[in-house]
Ligand binder design. Structure first.
Ligand SMILES: Cc1cc2nc3c(=O)[nH]c(=O)nc-3n(C[C@H](O)[C@H](O)[C@H](O)COP(=O)(O)O)c2cc1C
Length: 390
């Protein structure tokens, strides 16, 4: 058993992940598009938001429990969908799903995962999880994915709207990102310094996009897979498709990637159950505002009519508290759990969740609140919030 008691913050996990994960996959996680200005702003803008410290308030009987689209959660945090998670650590999606299940928060599986929908369902005893859908041009494939999600006990579908086309990340191009990595000299030299990662990867058969390989027409080997995915994201995606998917799915629908109040109103009109204020972790439009700066505008526009969540830059329980104070009923974490996974596998994801919950619980108390559901903008110092408030 690894002793993680000296791992006390998400930054500790990031440092270990950087040592243990092959460079191309670490870089894939820890980067944003172009100049990375939006990627940096996601974290930086959180730090500008200051709390009002309150004293002599009875702090006993605290609870971070809440709900997201009606589902009980141990804290208002869900694991965000991230592609290639099974390359941060062998069987990464399964390990993260197990950690989330034990902790009592939702896990979201990406369309672009290494472990398939069926792998995760089987490995978690068919515990309910969430699935994230990218709209591909091959609509038969989408219909089958939705049916597979239903069969696997997926209870909510996150439809990602901000990736019809791809932002550019310099490092991914320079590193020649691929799953599994190609046996170039540079990759082999790097892998030689990551024996733990290699050993774990050799124990699993899951080393490529298993939601797609063998399921999409004509995709049976690695080269057909990469050319298929490269031309499958649908640039024509529009609100008509959202309506079609909502009908075809028939369950809870969450729209991911909203950054503008006008789009938020269209999301409400579409009949979705929740929307996620997100800039894809700063990986798409470089120069877009941080998610936390966009959040108050969207909450003011539609917060009475739909559950508003956010993601992007959440690295601590204090960040979860800030987002909650600004009206986000839920937050999603991407890198924070990926670093834990890359560093220590399932135990690392669990450690990331423990750290965040502990920080959330104590910070909430310092602000004079004992229940997360009682947190609102009044815990923040007016004037310290980027975006609409203050
Ligand atoms: C490595 C990586 C892969 C991602 N892949 C996906 C994906 O497949 N689908 C998706 O909707 N979002 C994807 N995202 C975006 C995340 O769901 C989420 O919006 C973002 O990570 C939140 O920012 P944070 O990492 O700062 O927490 C990815 C993000 C990262 C870091």
């Amino acid at each position: 058993m690894t002793d993680l008691s000296r791992i006390t913050c998400i930054e500790d996990l990031r440092r270990v992940a950087k040592r243990r994960v092959p460079r191309m996959f670490y870089d894939y996680a820890d980067s944003g598009s172009w100049t990375e200005s939006t990627y940096r702003a996601n974290e930086d803008d959180f730090q500008k938001i200051k709390f009002r410290q309150r004293v002599a308030v009875n702090m006993e009987g605290r609870s971070t429990r809440s709900t997201m689209v009606g589902q009980e959660v141990a804290m208002p945090v869900a694991i965000a969908p991230t592609g290639l998670t099974g390359m941060q650590h062998a069987d990464g999606e399964i390990l993260a799903a197990r950690a989330a299940k034990a902790f009592g928060i939702p896990f979201t599986l990406s369309t672009m995962s290494i472990c398939s929908i069926e792998d995760v369902a089987e490995a978690t005893g068919r515990h309910p999880f969430w699935f994230q859908l990218y709209v591909m041009k091959d609509r038969d494939f989408i219909e089958r994915l939705i049916d597979r999600a239903k069969a696997a006990n997926v209870t909510a579908l996150q439809l990602t709207l901000d990736l019809q086309i791809l932002g550019q990340r310099h490092k991914d191009i320079k590193n020649g990102l691929s799953a599994p990595p190609k046996p170039t000299l540079a990759n082999l030299l790097d892998l030689a310094t990551k024996p733990r990662w290699c050993w774990n990867m050799l124990q699993t058969p899951r080393r490529t996009f298993r939601n797609i390989a063998g399921h999409a027409k004509g995709v049976d080997d690695l080269s057909s897979l990469s050319s298929w995915t490269a031309q499958q994201f649908d640039p024509q995606l529009n609100w008509g498709d959202v309506e079609w998917i909502k009908k075809r799915w028939g369950g809870k629908l969450i729209l991911k990637g909203i950054l503008d109040a006008d789009d938020a109103r269209l999301a409400v009109d579409s009949g979705a159950d929740a929307l996620i204020v997100s800039n894809h972790g700063g990986r798409q439009l470089d120069g877009a505002p941080s998610s936390i700066a966009a959040l108050p505008h969207i909450v003011d526009a539609v917060g009475q009519r739909i559950e508003v969540w956010m993601d992007g830059g959440v690295r601590s329980g204090q960040d979860v508290l800030r987002a909650r104070a600004l009206g986000a009923r839920g937050t999603l974490i991407g890198r924070a759990f990926l670093y834990g996974l890359g560093a220590y596998g399932e135990a690392g994801v669990t450690r990331a969740l423990q750290i965040i919950r502990n920080e959330l619980d104590l910070s909430m108390a310092f602000c004079g609140r004992t229940q997360i559901d009682a947190v609102d903008r009044s815990i923040l110092l007016p004037g310290s919030c980027p975006g609409a408030v203050g």
